[in-house]
Design a protein around this ligand. Structure first.
Ligand SMILES: [Mn+2]
Length: 360
């Protein structure tokens, strides 16, 4: 499977898809998937710009609206996570993930999906210690504070990802995992980006929860963006054991390193976005403690108990309906990419309960 990885999109879908077409033509290859590591700017209309936290000079419609309205269709299946420059009102509608436009899938605030047999996980937003323990309390219209805090990573979402035990092939985070620069040529990095030096020396460059997830999940590939430069690193988790190839990319501008093609061994397909059973079970398990207020609460997670519930749910699904994922796919892939899918996800537990008569 040939995967194009892109750094920050900043609404330049037209340019990125043109670049992909150019690569396909010149190298005579077919790109199967585009992954975008945040700052996607899924702006559907002028109203959405009220939820986008950027300086006034960057408030532009750019090109996502064409793909949302159907004027253009994404030529390559696209999966993206959120960053710190987003139409946060729209992404919140898709909290559980979904089609932001035909062929363009938002991976959720935190989530795991399958594409073919490749398992892709991601964490949207950026880390800020002040808001880490809060619930998702922000609602549009955002004020000067909530327009920023809405994209700050929450402990709740990280805890869910920490429960993933099945192997992840690729992980996406917008900001870099804390300490990742130790595993690459940071001296060369600060020659170009002098202002990173202090943060690297003080070991504050990057996201603490992303580093925890890297240590836990140990995926073969980890892609990030946010700092608008290319950087590679190799994390050897244990001697002779698993390793993670880290790659951060730039934003889409002429002469910048914003796109990279990775060739990953995979089954022949079909290559399409599918729900992930383990992730659905974790989402189900954690939904009853979904925090929605500003109350600071430390989430106590007993990993073993959680695992027993998650395994129980998966086993139950498998016992009652071998083809659960196909059943879900029926709903998923035929659903129009508007608010209806959010509504669908909200009623999905009820549909499933009726269908499988499961117990919480
Ligand atoms: Mn960013």
């Amino acid at each position: 499977m040939k995967i194009a990885v892109e750094g920050c999109m900043h609404g330049d879908l037209d340019k990125v898809y043109e670049t992909i077409k150019y690569i396909e033509n010149t190298r005579n290859i077919k790109i199967d998937l585009l992954l975008c590591c945040g700052d996607f700017q899924a702006i559907r209309n002028e109203k959405d710009m009220e939820s986008l936290n950027v300086p006034p000079k960057y408030k532009e419609m750019k090109s996502f609206w064409k793909y949302y309205s159907g004027q253009e269709v994404a030529p390559v299946p696209t999966i993206f996570i959120g960053g710190n420059h987003e139409a946060s009102n729209y992404l919140l509608e898709l909290y559980y993930g979904g089609w932001a436009a035909p062929n363009i899938y938002f991976l959720r605030f935190a989530g795991v999906v399958k594409f073919g047999n490749i398992r892709i996980g991601g964490l949207s937003g950026i880390y800020n210690a002040r808001h880490y323990h809060l619930g998702h309390h922000e609602r549009p219209p955002y004020n000067d504070n909530t327009i920023r805090s809405v994209y700050h990573v929450r402990e709740y979402d990280v805890h869910k990802l920490m429960q993933v035990e099945e192997p992840i092939d690729i992980f996406l985070s917008h900001d870099w995992p804390l300490g990742i620069t130790d595993y690459g040529n940071w001296k060369q990095l600060i020659r170009h980006k002098k202002h990173f030096e202090d943060e690297i020396q003080q070991e504050t460059l990057g996201s603490k929860p992303a580093a925890q997830l890297l240590e836990k999940l140990k995926p073969p590939y980890w892609f990030s963006a946010h700092l608008h430069c290319k950087f590679t690193a190799l994390v050897q988790h244990e001697e002779g054991g698993q390793a993670t190839k880290f790659l951060a990319l730039d934003k889409c501008l002429p002469g910048r390193k914003f796109l990279h093609i990775v060739d990953i061994e995979s089954d022949p397909g079909p290559y399409e976005v599918q729900y992930d059973e383990e992730w659905l079970a974790i989402t189900r398990k954690f939904n009853c403690v979904f925090p929605l207020t500003t109350d600071v609460e430390t989430l106590e997670v007993h990993r073993l108990t959680c695992r027993i519930v998650v395994n129980g749910l998966i086993a139950d699904w498998k016992r009652k309906e071998r083809n659960l994922v196909n059943f879900l796919k029926l709903f998923h892939l035929t659903t129009p990419p508007i608010q209806f899918q959010t509504l669908l996800f909200l009623v999905l537990p009820i549909i499933l309960r009726l269908y499988l008569s499961w117990n919480c």
